[in-house]
Design a binder for this molecule. Structure first.
Ligand code: SAH
Length: 343
């Protein structure tokens, strides 16, 4: 899967070098490219924001800069007339710093016939840096994509496709395990990280005509920028890619996983020793009886869901509850659409 991330803080993405996601990148399952938005600003101060129309506090991100950046990242295939964008890969040397007004080169991102991806120096170790580009803008390698699993996953190598664009915003549709699973099927995702009061709405409007654009919220609270939201989404999506987790079964057993864990959170987990500070591991887990262990785990998942997430428990699908589930829910005085489960 290819992931492009546009942000004014590329250094936020250093954690993507670590752990499961870092390993997935090393193996080539994930091809992450982080881009500095300011490189597509055109004034000496590399301005990306301006005052909001209609007044009010805060600043809004300028549409022109975003347009240039996205055009360049998605490449020729999306630009009318076939202009080819430069693959613009950035390291962590950029930050919010308006560096004393020093002029910087503006990329020739969407000039027709312009540059191919600029290779990153081998060994460049800046967070957010990617391997020297081997994929031209507007193309995607099917590496890590199982044929037939995604909307565009059947493209042959080198065939131009377009990314699905994700814009983090508290006003978006909620991010969920279901959406993570859906996005994990895509061969190419582009994340546009807002700051300030967000991105001028015409950017999403404009690209909606060419790409699938989703505005997505990671929860009912307000962050300072989209970077952390993107890290959350990339981690949730990345761990679902084939081969990223050691044990594929763990994805199926996770909280919220579509299937038997739909609308359920996972119950408590234990490891050795069997007694710690006088607290014993529940005996059933030491019994070696797989059926009983599975039943106990499901009971605990239901108990915990009712306790911590009653709104999820209320959404449990009666058709997926067995007699034992229903009895337990009754004991917990939680009726799941009672008339549906009467028999
Ligand atoms: N004024 C806006 C909030 C702007 S917060 C509003 O009330 O809706 C600045 C940026 O942080 C947003 O553009 C978005 O990119 C990011 N952000 C903040 N909270 C977020 C959330 N819950 N989910 C996803 N992105 C979020």
């Amino acid at each position: 899967m290819r992931l492009d991330i546009i942000s004014i803080f590329p250094e936020y993405f250093a954690p993507l070098d670590v752990s499961l996601i870092g390993k997935a990148r090393e193996r080539g399952t994930l091809d992450v490219r982080v881009h500095q938005l300011r490189d597509w600003a055109y004034d000496v101060h590399r301005t990306v924001d301006d005052t909001p129309y209609g007044g009010g506090p805060g600043m809004v991100m300028k549409p022109e800069v975003w347009g240039e950046a996205i055009d360049a990242v998605i490449g020729a295939s999306a630009v009318p007339g076939g202009a080819r964008g430069g693959g613009h890969v950035q390291g962590s040397d950029e930050d919010e710093g308006r560096d004393g007004g020093e002029a910087r080169a503006t990329p020739q991102a969407s000039a027709p016939g312009s540059v191919l991806p600029q290779p990153v120096a081998p060994g460049a170790d800046a967070p957010g840096t990617v391997e020297p580009g081997t994929v031209e803008p507007g193309t995607v390698e099917p590496a890590g994509v199982e044929p037939g699993t995604g909307a565009s996953a059947t493209v042959a190598s080198g065939t131009p496709v377009l990314p699905r664009m994700i814009v983090p915003t508290p006003s978006g549709r909620p991010f969920s395990q279901e959406l993570a699973q859906e996005l994990a099927q895509e061969p190419w995702l582009l994340f546009a990280c807002g700051r300030y009061e967000g991105i001028d709405s015409r950017v999403m409007e404009d690209y909606s005509g060419r790409l699938r654009v989703d505005e997505v919220s990671i929860g009912d609270y307000v962050l300072a920028g989209g970077e952390v939201a993107v890290l959350v989404m990339v981690e949730a999506i990345g761990r679902l890619l084939p081969g990223v987790l050691g044990n594929a079964q763990s994805v199926v057993d996770d909280s919220f996983a579509p299937g038997s864990m739909e609308n359920l959170v996972e119950g408590p987990v234990y490891t050795k020793p069997p007694v710690w500070r006088g607290h014993e591991v529940p005996a059933v887990l030491l019994s070696g009886h797989h059926g009983n262990v599975a039943r106990w785990r499901r009971d605990e998942a239901i108990r915990r869901t009712v306790r911590n997430r009653p709104e999820l428990a209320a959404a449990l699908d009666p058709a997926k509850l067995d007699k034992h589930d229903r009895k337990l829910l009754d004991e917990l005085s939680f009726r799941v659409r009672r008339k549906d489960v009467a028999n």
